[in-house]
Design a protein around this ligand. Structure first.
Ligand code: FMN
Length: 301
């Protein structure tokens, strides 16, 4: 157990406990082979298991770690979510052939955000967007992150960015019905429900927020794809995320360990193993396709 997880407000531990409190009923009669194919923004993938939005893996994993993450995702037929990168690294990642969703930081230099949106479209990324949940540090001050000052995005700016982007625009860091409705009304094409690995103490678990958002009557009038991350580690975790309303789910920190172990190969192995576990859960619950998974299969312990 890490020192962090001993803090009562540790949102990673709270998220993990919530995931573990969700129980799954079985529906064996008539169960059949399950297909984990997943389509998003006109492309089809082998699996809804995606990489978490990661960055700086040269430091956190090993040199070349971001490229290995991309290669692993591509080999497993999965979407790669890419975090903060310099232009050159983003170009190298695109050359791996991975389908990338790029999450850009809310740089105080708004021109830089537009430049990265242009680059993402030019590189043929699947989508791009922004994370909204880590501008402020523990002291409540705006961060200077890896040399770049950050500043929170206003609603008007969000509207303009969604309008500006030539590819689908995603908002990452949604953890309330309020932010989900606002982001969707601004034109976001998808929402990543996440607390960014615990940036806020006592944050409600992403899967709980996901349920609230996916059942919100106003959201359902103009729904957009929902994604989730945060302590999702196995196929049954991904199954639960989908049952709570996500169309796909991101796995972050375990893939850092995978890269350290054996680079792209271990990333692909982790995604394939998780997908196989998901498939088994689908068969156990009588779901032939991902769209058949729903909340009626879940119970709270
Ligand atoms: C090394 C590292 C780098 C990250 N970089 C970014 C980033 O650039 N942008 C972002 O939105 N999230 C970033 N995240 C947060 C993850 O996308 C994710 O929200 C978080 O790790 C929770 O998922 P997990 O429990 O599966 O790790 C990063 C996380 C880690 C561990």
């Amino acid at each position: 157990m890490s020192e962090n997880s001993l803090r009562p407000g540790d949102s990673n531990r709270i998220a993990r406990e919530y995931i573990d409190s969700l129980l799954v009923e079985t529906r064996w009669i008539g169960s059949r082979e399950a297909d984990t194919a997943f389509s998003l923004f006109g492309r089809t993938f082998s699996t809804p298991v995606m990489t978490g939005t990661l960055s700086h893996l040269n430091t956190f994993a090993r040199p070349g770690g971001m490229i290995e993450l991309a290669e692993g995702a591509a080999a497993a037929g999965a979407v790669m979510w890419m975090g903060m990168t310099e232009d050159e690294e983003a170009e190298k990642i695109a050359r791996t052939g991975a389908s990338v969703i790029e999450i850009i930081k809310p740089y105080k230099d708004r021109e830089l955000i537009r430049h990265r949106l242009d680059l993402a479209a030019d590189l043929g990324h699947l989508a791009a967007g922004i994370d909204i949940d880590m501008v402020y540090d523990a002291a409540g001050e705006e961060r200077v992150f890896h040399g770049y000052p950050l500043q929170e995005i206003t609603q008007d700016e969000l509207y303009d960015l969604c309008d500006y982007s030539r590819i689908p625009f995603i908002v990452k860091g949604i953890l309330s019905e309020r932010d989900a409705l606002t982001a969707a009304a601004c034109g976001a094409a998808g929402l990543m429900v996440s607390h960014h690995g615990g940036t806020t103490e006592y944050a409600i678990p992403p899967l709980y927020a996901l349920e609230l958002i996916s059942e919100n009557e106003d959201f359902l009038k103009h729904p957009v794809p929902l994604f989730a991350d945060g302590e999702l580690r196995s196929g049954s975790d991904v199954f639960k995320a989908i049952a709570c309303g996500a169309c796909a789910a991101g796995i972050g920190r375990p893939l850092i360990a995978a890269i350290k172990e054996n680079g792209a190969e271990s990333v692909a192995d982790y995604i394939r193993k998780t997908t196989a576990e998901l498939k088994k859960m689908m068969i156990s619950t009588g779901c032939g396709t991902l769209s058949e998974i729903d909340g009626s299969m879940l119970y709270i312990k």
